[in-house]
Design a protein around this ligand. Sequence first.
Ligand SMILES: [Mg+2]
Length: 417
Amino acid sequence: MVDMGENQSKEIDTHFSALYSTIMHVDMDAFYASVEQLDFPEYRGKPIAVGGMDKGVISTASYEARKFGVRSAMPVYQAKKVCPQLIMRPVRMMRYQEVSAHVMDILGSVTPVVEKISIDEAFIDVAGSVRLFGAPVQIAQYLRSEIKNNVGISASVGIANVKYAAKMASDCAKPDGLLYVSPEETLSFVQSRPVRDLWGVGAKTLQILQRQGIHIVGDIANISRDRLVALLGQAQGIHLYELAHGIDTRKVHAPAEEKSISSEQTFYTPLYKVADVEEVMLSQAHVLARKLRGKKKSAKTISIKIKFSHFQSLTRSRTLIEDVTTAEKIYNVAKELLRDIDVRSGVRLVGLRVSQLNYGAMAQLDIFGDSGRQENVEKAMDKIKDRFGSALVSPASLVKNELKAENREKNTGKKKN
Ligand SMILES: [Mg+2]
């Protein structure tokens, strides 16, 4: 009775989301500064700050520096005044993005509903994950320890049944904490917090409210909607009225599903040999497999694209019965697709694409088979690459092309965020 099963599971989900708060706001603690302390152990336990090099202001201060009163957006000279031993570090955005991607991957391992709102924070909704992973608090504890153990920095988590309350809860939990607000507690929790903690309340609004003697969210709740609209204008007035009464209909929005992942390389000097094209495909297969694993996805369709010197181009694709996740399998299919193509007129572009993506590590099904073993080998390589960069771990013949492929991707791609 398939139908009954499905109905039943829907009922259970609704039941859980009424019982538990399931919206989490995950926020990395002093993110840039924490990454510096992770990468340079000599800065751990010391007051450091990131930023300052060009604009002369602090981006992020470590908690050790915050004790002295160093804050974000503070001019460096002022920070040095309140904390003379402050160590300044330059912003290394590429590295922070890399760490951020790793954190987002961990969040994605418990739910596909991940809404990244900045480099170091995201909302997730675990309503659909409760049956599989346990109560939201357990999931949050798991995520916090995964981030600490695998990335090496700390995240604070707030859980509530509406987005803005979850964000307020993570603020309260900082640093390195977890705060769960049950559905029944949400309203009183929110109303007890200062107005400035409300998500989206800027300095101007804050000033207007403070002039009226409004300091905590509960004060707003005591004011009529009309008066708030008169004070703050239609949109902001109604918005704050609703927030003060615990109303927030905003859902956690996962980004649109990716339909495919691809990698392409162009050549100024055309390739005339099958072996050369295959070598490019092998490196692309590694790039794609790594991305698939990062997204906990598998693919069913593999396509190749070849452009010739005379600008003619063609594509070939094959859909497989089973899902693939490994570079080895992707490469083997690509090689077969290439077999019937005559490359002797010169290849100017080689592209490899995987599509029909499925969420979930399908390869677990044959974890004891060959591809399971291959996947583990490739996963181990991913880990090393995450730590030391790509060039270090690849079969020697691949290193050159892989670097080229990655550069190309950096140049072309803002396909995803
Ligand atoms: Mg943060």
